[in-house]
Design a protein around this ligand. Structure first.
Ligand code: NAD
Length: 494
């Protein structure tokens, strides 16, 4: 049976949440006893009191993770055994699809159809994928002289911390937790304070699937408390962060002030999306561009927020964008027909709208949107036209449904505008010319280049950015390198 909006509302009314941290296999309050209230951006309902953890709680979680790592209860299990547990974990996630999807939607406002068909599905697939991969990865024997043997082996880092944002709460955590667990590490995860609930539930399901106590811990609380304590911790071997460039830079300082822990940083973006007049189907390019800019309420690190359009097709593109925006008017996130839900909270909605105001002051044209559609965090899809690349709306990450249109004259200017940004996460070009496609792909300084698409996605490819968009890559087999140390063992023969 297909669930209706009424079914989801009824399910939401019966769902209850627990906000304690999960340390060493048990749900525990913060040592201080302090909590903070979590409310849903969907309708303001109270969800749970979340443990406001601090440095002492981080110490407890790191100590539990270290004990688990040192006694080898997970790290020394055969890869095939870890695989079996991770595959079972993925099955449990699938079995709890509706509960997890509802949790995600209530906690951060995204449409329920996205939570079920994208978030939960991708999370389960990711645990299964790294589980399936881990007993097929071989180490090396080096081509040394014949009087010796040198083994080059990968070992888990040890205690790994993950600090993640709220836009895809479970999925961003999973991109780190799945390869970290597959390679035998113990993990301490800190979810964003706006969206702690699905991470806590995920860690409970991990225990049920057979991941031993202490191997996957979740510590909730504020970034400057819990995130900082993890970043500065002397017994955390690697810290893997997804979030803003501002906070990413702070993590590099924490690492330098503590034990030079390994860092992985997946940061912000201001992704350029170039539509060239030579592309055979301008309307299709514009439709896809709008869909990708407004997907997830625009709360996407890869949001194609700078639409760079050749002037000769500008009017045609804008006309399609305005038409598409109509289909993304914010609706009830629990209605399966809704394509755009609520932003994560009212404060964030206010920040997004302040950028629109600034754009207006700088001389850009608000072609549609630019306002709340109802009280709370519901913001209309917004198209800002007549943008220059030096305006704040084109330079700073807004992280909301705001699409800036920049008209250019020809390919050279398009590439130059695309690269004129401190960020380098994703990018796209729409062209039927093979040479142009290759040229743009080579010249754009970004970790991802889409040609004639913006919505391709697969676990098999690495994900991450150039420049201030980060250091390192999530996803694919390359992620296994992040969570392992290389060891060389020399053996003299005879
Ligand atoms: P944020 O940087 O404000 O917070 C991310 C995490 O860092 C949260 O858990 C937060 O509690 C913690 N934190 C905040 N201040 C801290 C501090 N001083 N010390 C330690 N930890 C601290 O980001 P956000 O608003 O939650 O998420 C939006 C950002 O995430 C955007 O910039 C977006 O582009 C980025 N993002 C990047 C990717 C990627 O893969 N590149 C994916 C998703 C989101």
């Amino acid at each position: 049976m297909t669930a209706t909006a009424a079914d989801w509302h009824a399910a939401a009314d019966t769902l209850t949440f627990r906000g304690e941290a999960l340390i060493d296999g048990r749900r525990v309050p913060a040592v201080s006893g302090e909590t903070f209230a979590s409310h849903s951006p969907v309708d303001g309902r109270f969800l749970a009191d979340i443990a406001a953890c601090g440095a002492e709680d981080v110490d407890r979680a790191v100590a539990a993770a270290r004990r688990a790592f040192t006694d080898g209860r997970w790290a020394r299990r055969a890869p095939a055994e870890r695989k079996a547990v991770l595959v079972r974990f993925a099955e449990l996630i699938r079995a709890h699809r509706d509960e997890l999807a509802l949790t995600e939607t209530l906690d951060m406002g995204k449409p329920i159809s996205d939570s079920t068909s994208i978030d939960v599905r991708a999370v389960a697939n990711c645990f299964a994928w790294y589980g399936e991969a881990i007993d097929k990865v071989y180490d090396e024997v080096a081509p040394t002289p014949s009087d010796s043997v040198a083994l080059v082996t990968r070992e888990p880092l040890g205690v790994v911390a993950a600090v993640v944002p709220w836009n895809f709460p479970m999925l961003m955590a999973t991109w780190k937790v799945a390869p970290a667990l597959a390679t035998g590490n113990s993990v301490v995860l800190k979810p964003a304070e706006q969206s702690s609930l699905s991470a806590l539930r995920l860690a409970e399901l991990a225990l049920e699937a057979g991941i031993p106590e202490g191997v996957f811990n979740v510590v909730t609380g504020a970034g400057p408390e819990v995130g900082r304590a993890l970043g500065l911790h002397m017994d955390v071997d690697g810290l893997f962060f997804t979030g803003s460039t501002r906070v990413g830079k702070i993590f590099t300082e924490y690492a330098g002030q503590s034990n030079l822990k390994r860092l992985g940083l997946e940061l912000g973006g201001k992704s350029p999306n170039i539509i060239l007049s030579s592309y055979r189907d301008i309307a299709h390019a514009a439709r896809t561009s709008a869909g990708s800019a407004f997907f997830n309420q625009g709360e996407m690190c890869t949001c194609p927020s700078r639409l760079i359009v050749e002037r000769s097709v500008h009017d045609q593109v804008v006309e399609v964008l305005l038409e598409e925006a109509k289909g993304f008017q914010p609706g009830d996130p629990l209605d399966p027909a809704t394509r755009m839900g609520a932003l994560v909270d009212d404060a964030h909605a206010g920040k997004v709208l302040s950028y629109v105001e600034t754009a207006r002051e700088e001389g850009a044209i608000i072609a549609t949107g630019g306002a709340r559609t109802r009280p709370g965090a519901y913001v209309a899809p917004t198209v800002v036209d007549g943008v220059r690349n030096d305006m704040r709306v084109a330079r700073e990450e807004i992280f909301g449904p705001v699409l800036s249109v920049i008209a250019v004259d020809g390919l050279e200017e398009a590439i130059s505008v695309a690269n004129d940004s401190p960020y380098g996460l994703a990018s796209a070009v729409w062209t039927d010319d093979l040479t142009t496609a290759h040229r743009v792909s080579r010249e754009i300084r970004a970790g991802l280049v889409y040609v004639n698409c913006y919505d391709c996605d697969d676990l098999t490819v690495p994900f991450g950015g150039f420049k201030e968009s980060g250091i390192g890559r999530d996803k694919s087999l390359h992620a296994l390198d992040k969570f392992t140390e290389l060891k060389t063992t020399w053996i003299r023969l005879g």
